[in-house]
Design a protein around this ligand. Structure first.
Ligand SMILES: [Zn+2]
Length: 147
């Protein structure tokens, strides 16, 4: 288990397209994400929210700063969840996942929660690993809807 992938907001970094494309060094995958995130291929890089090499948007994320400043692992340890930072989250899919993931993280604890997130993001047709927000499986090309 990589603790650096446990983003405080609950958007588990292990299934983030940015991190996956970066680690795979997959330029086609990076190109596709560029249009989604409006960044250059060189900016598609990340080693996780809690690492030293963070995707440009996440570097300035108010949820991340809030958790780090208060010395908590994530929003699951906060009484104010879901607060204004979550309400204002810029991506609707991300917000939806945050609202699903944080209560689960609170219930299961970090280790089990990460296991659950890892299990969740797989293609129901062929079992291939999916990234969060994927519309189609990268292996069998079937439409998928996992969030
Ligand atoms: Zn598939």
């Amino acid at each position: 288990m990589e603790r650096e992938l446990a983003a405080p907001c609950g958007l588990y970094c292990g299934v983030c397209g940015i991190l996956m494309a970066h680690r795979e060094g997959n330029s086609k995958f990076k190109e596709r994400l560029c249009t989604v995130y409006n960044v250059t291929p060189a900016e598609i890089r990340c080693e996780g929210c809690l690492s030293r090499d963070i995707f440009k948007y996440c570097r300035t994320c108010p949820i991340r700063s809030c958790a780090l400043e208060r010395g908590i692992e994530g929003c699951h340890q906060c009484d104010r969840f879901p607060c204004g930072f979550v309400d204002d989250f810029p991506l609707p899919v991300g917000k939806k996942v945050i609202l699903r993931a944080i209560p689960t993280w609170k219930e299961l604890g970090t280790e089990k929660w990460i296991e659950e997130e890892e299990k969740r993001y797989h293609c129901p047709h062929c079992g291939y690993r999916l990234f969060r927000g994927a519309k189609r499986c990268r292996n069998c090309r079937e439409p998928v809807d996992v969030d």
